[in-house]
Design a protein around this ligand. Structure first.
Ligand code: SAM
Length: 212
């Protein structure tokens, strides 16, 4: 976990710039989808530089957590700009340093939880504990929405992804081969929806706490 923190402390200043083509070419419509129909108290887990912020629903109370203070500092800058320029006084956003493995929130605290490109950063050994922690703090009936990369089955795309993988690992501590879904059941969650939302490489996984 300390190494992930170091990685993001290092990359924070460049993060938005490095990803700008993907952000506008790929991610923006997906971020909108992640928050569609959500309300109440929402957790943005692994909030990063706050790129989901533009899509937080009106009237929501959103808490964003991240391991890296440098990423949170960028998110705070974005929050100030959004509140000022676009007058988003309709959302209540709090940003704090915390790990998704031990958030410190109360049981059943959130109506919904969103994690965009967080689980591709978590090591395999941390996948289930992270899901268990999100389950603990999500209200029964609440949704946990996860957006993740997966290896493409197309030979051409897979070759491109293979070429990118060492950079993605070094720069972001991330990998394309995390299989978050395999830990869902053991974490006490059930899948509501699982589908590709960008070609066969970005997947939306929606889960909820299993009924007792
Ligand atoms: C690839 S970035 C995604 C950021 C943002 N969600 C987005 O969509 O642009 C992953 C983020 O997860 C954070 N992170 C990594 N491990 C974490 C952990 N255990 N708990 C909380 N945040 C973590 C990193 O610091 C980084 O900001």
């Amino acid at each position: 976990m300390a190494s992930k923190r170091r990685t993001y402390q290092r990359i924070a200043g460049l993060y938005d710039l490095l990803d700008v083509a993907f952000e506008y070419g790929r991610y923006r419509p997906l971020r909108r989808l992640m928050f569609e129909g959500l309300s109440g108290k929402i957790l943005d887990a692994g909030v990063g530089t706050g790129r989901n912020m533009a899509f937080y629903p009106s009237g929501a109370n959103v808490i964003g957590i991240d391991l890296s203070e440098a990423m949170l500092a960028r998110a705070r800058g974005r929050q100030t700009r959004a509140m000022g320029r676009r007058g988003r006084a309709d959302i209540d956003v709090e940003l704090r340093a915390a790990s998704v493995l031990d958030t410190g929130f109360a049981d059943d605290e959130f109506d919904a939880i969103v994690a965009t490109f967080l689980f591709c950063v978590l090591d395999d050994a941390d996948q289930q504990p992270a899901l268990e922690e999100l389950k603990r703090i999500c209200k029964p009936g609440g949704q946990i929405r996860i957006l993740e990369y997966a290896w493409s089955k197309s030979l051409f795309r897979r070759l491109i992804m293979r070429a990118w993988a060492p950079w993605v690992k070094w720069a972001y501590g991330a990998a394309f081969d995390r299989d978050t879904e395999q830990y869902v059941e053991a974490a006490g969650l059930e899948i509501i929806e699982s589908r590709f939302v960008y070609k066969d490489i970005i997947k939306l996984i929606v889960v909820r706490p299993k009924k007792a």
